[in-house]
Design a protein around this ligand. Sequence first.
Ligand code: PGA
Length: 250
Amino acid sequence: MRRKVIAGNWKMNMLPGEAIEMINELTPLVKDTKNEVILCVPYTDLFYALLTAQNTNIKIGAQNMHFEESGAYTGEVSGKMLKAINVEYVIIGHSERRQYFAETDETVNKKIKSAFKYDLKPIVCVGETLEQREAGKAVDIITKQTELALQGLSNEQVENTIIAYEPIWAIGTGKTATSEDANNSIKEIRNKISEIYGEETAQKVIIQYGGSVKSSNAKELFNMSDIDGGLVGGASLKAEEFSKIVNYDK
Ligand code: PGA
């Protein structure tokens, strides 16, 4: 059985003081869960979040990284830098980065390879736009994004990649994919991984759903056969609400 992984994505929110307060509030609320709990925080919160989450079951991730290890890339942060402060996870290829910051399937692939080089665990986002969905192209898009993201990785690396299926039309809109739709899309992603890397590997990959996950829909989504947890934006900013999502099975 695959474990459930529930990751918060704070996006460009939360000052250090707010991050410390939120993590201190969240700690007792999630301490007994068997689910994996991750918070992906802004760079400026990383150090504070790592210190505050020390000796808890809350793991800390970044929201992006550059694929080079160092150099003349003003404003960028590398995997090597994240690893040096003990960051464990990194979101790669979020749709907002693809849309606003020219992230491509190629840069996503390079970043995943660099993340593994520095022993970071990537959370890789794929998802279709509303237009692509309405044109009947959703499955083609998400399976292609998955294939290109994972290109050149070993089976072991694929097994250690977390994929977040996030239909773009469901992010921050309050619209959630139905649990059946989300499960079916995730099954298609898993089938594609099976085609390339074999069924044994495909069965080990954690594939989350993301897009307006909240405490009121988490249980239904996470109880589906192929949905292995969630990547949670807005609802991860408040400790109590996020804890209810983590504890969906209580
Ligand atoms: P949302 O964001 O939960 O606010 O829809 C999810 C995400 O973008 O990861």
